[in-house]
Design a protein around this ligand. Structure first.
Ligand code: NAD
Ligand code: UFG
Length: 342
């Protein structure tokens, strides 16, 4: 499999995956509606790889553009990153989330079937485990109990993919449940560029570091964990990108549906992450303890055995590396992709 269609390929995880794919010799075609990313990402990809991927400005809900893409390119495999992902926003505008994410995936799959493209990789999330009864979680843990519409879109799409696979054995599908991707490309040319106030921990911290935010609010220090803050499995976005290459290789063996958790297997608390960033920064980062955030689970991290044994996936970066690269990106691009320096 050499020709990969990456939907959402100018987004945070998509762009890093595109770089990884190009570096490993794949031909990449991107479709993105730029609802949460910028075209300048293509320049950055080109600077890093010396290759400018073919880009279609378009929406995965638009059958015409998908027909055009599949007609003009021989696609072997589709990686579907396109989707809306803000938990809080999904509570406010659930229908937009269901329409964009679920309907979008359905249209994309229908078009793939029509054009006889049967390899599909889906960006799912650890959120499908809800509040796990114990940690670490593995892929056999029950899914459900999602606490917001965003998470529910992931859960429903997973179910749709299982049903599709049963009905059409031509399909080979990898469902990848990401834990908490953070970090940035080591070049400092690509990274996470959230709109408005960041919802997630790492981009919030880096915005405090560049002086855009006053201090980090730590959402609760009274959880039942060693330091009282929640525990997550942070994974470097470049490791995560490589996980998609492992999945492509797996699909070549025509496995039907396969599911992998992608994380490091190591749980880190909010304070652990803060301290890793302080190490990169060389000085303390201001923070205060704030009330718990609704919907947060105490701890979620993964067992790595299945991904390691079946697809050879091993994360090589630790949280110090993630913090260093995220800081390097933010320092060089204080306003994200908006302006290079100011
Ligand atoms: P992102 O917002 O940076 O990237 C998503 C991209 O998809 C954006 O470039 C956006 O413009 C595009 N897009 C959205 N809807 C589209 C549509 N209908 N048609 C075409 N393009 C569309 O997000 P990300 O962090 O790179 O996440 C990528 C995927 O991984 C998402 O599906 C997300 O839900 C999933 N995921 C992300 C995380 C995380 O913490 N970042 C965790 C688990 C799963
Ligand atoms: N946190 C803070 N302050 C902040 C932001 C976050 O203390 O300003 C804490 C949270 O309370 C949590 C931890 O940092 O304990 C991580 O929070 P994130 O928002 O970075 O990540 P989540 O684990 O809450 O959510 C992420 C993705 C979701 C995905 C989920 C799956 O953002 O899309 O992982 O577990 F669904």
């Amino acid at each position: 499999m050499k020709n990969i269609l990456v939907t959402g390929g100018t987004g945070y995880i998509g762009s890093h995956t595109v770089v990884e794919l190009i570096n490993l010799g794949y031909n990449v075609v991107i479709v993105d509606n730029l609802s949460n990313s910028k075209e300048i990402v293509l320049d950055r990809i080109e600077t890093i790889t010396n290759v400018r991927p073919k880009f279609y400005l378009g929406d995965i809900r638009d059958r015409e553009i998908l027909d055009k893409i599949f007609d003009e390119n021989k696609i072997d495999c589709v990686i579907n990153f396109a989707g809306l992902k803000a938990v809080g926003e999904s509570v406010r505008i659930p229908l937009e989330y269901y329409e964009n994410n679920i309907y979008g995936a359905v249209v994309l799959l229908e078009e793939m079937q029509k054009h006889k493209v049967y390899n599909f990789i889906f960006s799912s999330s650890a959120t499908v485990y809800g509040d796990p009864t114990s940690v670490p979680v593995d892929e056999t843990f029950p899914t459900g109990g999602t606490t917001n519409p965003y998470g529910t879109t992931k859960l429903f799409i997973e179910r749709i993919l299982m049903d599709l696979s049963k009905s059409d054995p031509n399909f080979n599908i990898a469902i990848l449940r990401y834990f908490n991707p953070i970090g940035a490309h080591p070049s400092g040319l690509m990274g996470e560029d959230p709109n408005g106030i960041p919802n997630n921990l790492a981009p919030y911290i880096t915005q405090v570091m560049v002086g855009k935010r006053e201090c980090l609010n730590i959402f609760g220090d009274d959880y039942d964990t060693p330091d009282g803050t929640c525990i997550r499995d942070y994974i470097h976005v470049c490791d995560l990108a490589y996980g998609h290459v492992c999945a492509i290789k797996k699909l070549e063996s025509k496995p039907g549906v396969v599911i992998y958790n992608l994380g490091t297997g190591k749980g880190s608390s909010v304070f652990d992450v803060l301290h890793a960033f302080e190490k990169a920064y060389g000085k303390p980062i201001p923070y205060k303890i704030a009330p718990r955030r609704e919907g947060d689970v105490t701890a979620n991290y993964t067992k790595v055995a299945k991904a390691m044994n079946e697809i050879g996936f091993i994360a090589k970066y630790n949280i110090d590396d993630m913090a260093r690269d995220a800081w390097n990106w933010q320092k060089n691009n204080p306003n994200g992709y908006e302006k290079k320096n100011d």
